[in-house]
Design a binder for this molecule. Structure first.
Ligand code: GRG
Length: 317
């Protein structure tokens, strides 16, 4: 990653981490559930989804005559909500009934520390608070006097995020993945081809990535054609990230990845390299990024979003 992009993402991450600290219902809710929510939310993670929300808000800000600092503040509650939804999904995904993982972001998973019951509740809490955060006025994550998007735009963002997180999106994709792993007694395992694999990823990870990107553009109030361009960009780069993730799982070293290489293949999960081989998988990802960049160019956007797209192909972890 270029030093510029890396420094920019680091700056966004520290803004997001500060805001996430303020997003928890500290003092108003029983400490034990807030502690479990904090465990799942804080202290790790790349924060790529909320960074994407802030990045798209900043990228489109000039189109509506907004300064980038004001666009960033306006998008901050939505960015936090996106990360809360993502973290809820990780807490639940790690449970014994799902992937049964004991380590996440270098720490014991939430259920390992707090037990399955409280981990389920912590996930429920994060998901629910995420929507409350966007609806709240004044926002608990923004400084006093920070610019706030009109209620109608915040409602649109809630609608976009709930669709992405729900049965049509992430929940639906996770259900299909569970079945593919032979974990649904009522629905026997079925082989997955390219179309089914794409559909599963589009729901399970793609939907929230797209919603993260759209939310940033939508909250500052750009016209629908620009929102559509941002959506297409996120769809294509999101898929490129996923494909490279599969490739790195096959060829990356455990040191670089911070996890056991080859875990997906060993678990019998359908992957791009398994379907297409490594070289063809990389070629598909390159094509995705090329289409995304062309769409950005046509919409008069670019800059950091282009750099992020390029990094999706060159990253090693
Ligand atoms: C669309 C420009 C653009 C960027 C997308 C969110 C993202 C950036 C990439 C992650 C997509 C991916 C490969 C997901 C794979 C499976 C998954 C859900 C991993 C866990 O999410 P991470 O890697 O985890 O974001 P952390 O702990 O960093 O939050």
């Amino acid at each position: 990653m270029s030093t510029n992009l890396s420094a920019y993402l680091q700056e966004l991450r520290s803004v997001i981490d500060g805001a996430l600290e303020r997003s928890l219902p500290e003092g108003a809710a029983p400490t034990l559930v807030v502690d479990a929510m904090r465990h799942g939310l804080m202290g790790g993670g790349k924060r790529l989804r909320p960074c994407l929300t802030l990045m798209t808000a900043e990228a489109v800000a000039p189109l509506v005559g907004l300064t980038t600092p004001r666009a960033r503040l306006m998008a901050l509650p939505g960015a936090c909500a996106v990360e809360m939804i993502h973290c809820y999904s990780l807490v639940h995904d790690d449970l014994p009934a799902m992937d049964n993982d004991t380590l996440r972001r270098g720490k014991p998973t939430t259920h390992v520390v707090f037990g399955d019951g409280l981990a389920i509740l912590a996930g429920d809490g994060l998901l629910t608070e995420a929507f409350g955060l966007i609806a709240a006025s004044p926002s608990p994550v923004a400084a006093a006097g920070a610019p706030e998007a009109p209620a109608e735009r915040r409602l649109r963002v809630i609608s976009v995020l709930s669709a992405a997180a729900g049965a049509v999106g992430m929940v639906g994709g996770q259900a299909v993945d569970l079945r593919a792993a032979g974990r649904v007694p009522s629905h026997p395992k079925e082989p997955m081809g390219e179309r089914e694999l794409r559909d599963m990823h589009a729901r399970k990870t793609g939907a929230l990535i797209r919603a993260a990107a759209i939310s940033g553009a939508m909250i500052v109030g750009v016209e629908d054609s620009i929102v559509a361009a941002v959506d297409y960009y996120a769809q294509e780069v999101g898929l490129a990230f996923q494909i490279i993730d599969d490739v790195l799982d096959v060829e990356g070293s455990a040191d670089d990845l911070g996890k056991t290489a080859g875990k997906d293949a060993a678990a019998g999960k359908p992957t791009y390299p398994a379907l297409h081989g490594i070289d063809e998988s990389r070629r598909i990802a390159v094509d995705c990024v090329a289409r995304a960049k062309a769409t950005l160019d046509a919409a008069g956007l670019g800059g950091r979003l282009t750099e992020l797209a390029d990094w999706s192909l060159t990253r090693t972890k």
